[in-house]
Design a protein around this ligand. Sequence first.
Ligand SMILES: Cc1cc2nc3c(=O)[nH]c(=O)nc-3n(C[C@H](O)[C@H](O)[C@H](O)COP(=O)(O)OP(=O)(O)OC[C@H]3O[C@@H](n4cnc5c(N)ncnc54)[C@H](O)[C@@H]3O)c2cc1C
Length: 234
Amino acid sequence: MADIFQVKVREVILRTYNVKSVRVDFPGVPFKAGQFLQVSLGEDKALKRYLSISNAPTETGYLEFTKRITDSEFSQRLSSLRSGDALSIQYPYGKFTYEDNPAGKIAFLSGGIGITPIRSISRFVTDRALDVDIILIYANRSINDIVFKDDFDAMAKVSSNIRVAHVLCEPAPDFKCAVGRINSTIISNQSPDYAERTFFLCGPPAMVESMKKILREELSVPETQIVTENFQGY
Ligand SMILES: Cc1cc2nc3c(=O)[nH]c(=O)nc-3n(C[C@H](O)[C@H](O)[C@H](O)COP(=O)(O)OP(=O)(O)OC[C@H]3O[C@@H](n4cnc5c(N)ncnc54)[C@H](O)[C@@H]3O)c2cc1C
């Protein structure tokens, strides 16, 4: 059962030109890496959104959520939050978690803001030094759209268990990446052992659906090895 809490904003962090993280005081109810919450910036339905928790339970003392800032009223209000402001959250929700889907080898497939729960799980696995081999295949339009790049670089530096393969529509000079969109060739090149992996897919529903189709129809990955989180609303 998810509980509701009034919390204070601690910090707002600009992640990219159009993505912001908000950190609020931790209300004390535990969560699993990869779960989500509902943020209410007012009573009206238009001021409520489901957002994944982007920090890990190992990063204690606060909860963080990370939103792509659009023109919506919710986005605009979120974007203007300052430390000390109050808001309401309800959590924990969701089964897009390592605990609910434990595996020795994981492939995360994600695009854009769909990285948020994956950042949480990756951080958790790295901080706990769990024996889990992770490949993240992360698609973005350009290098400027990559969210949590420094974080993933830092994780890959401390743990040989995590590797990141970037896929960009617009490649940047001197930046190692595949070009285009995630497809079966990129998946099998980046993880030749893909048949042994559990795939976690997260992003807008259309992207998740197309990734699932590639895995099932082109790579014969069984349904039991595919875990999904749909960011309804994009
Ligand atoms: C489990 C889950 C986790 C999510 N995690 C994140 C996250 O970490 N970061 C992030 O940026 N976004 C996340 N989203 C998406 C987020 O909830 C918003 O839908 C999205 O950010 C668009 O909201 P907006 O205010 O920017 O745009 P808007 O312009 O308000 O939304 C676009 C359209 O989608 C509709 N809509 C909004 N929310 C929903 C919904 N839940 N279901 C159906 N229609 C909807 C709106 O009414 C509008 O018509 C998540 C969604 C889900 C379900």
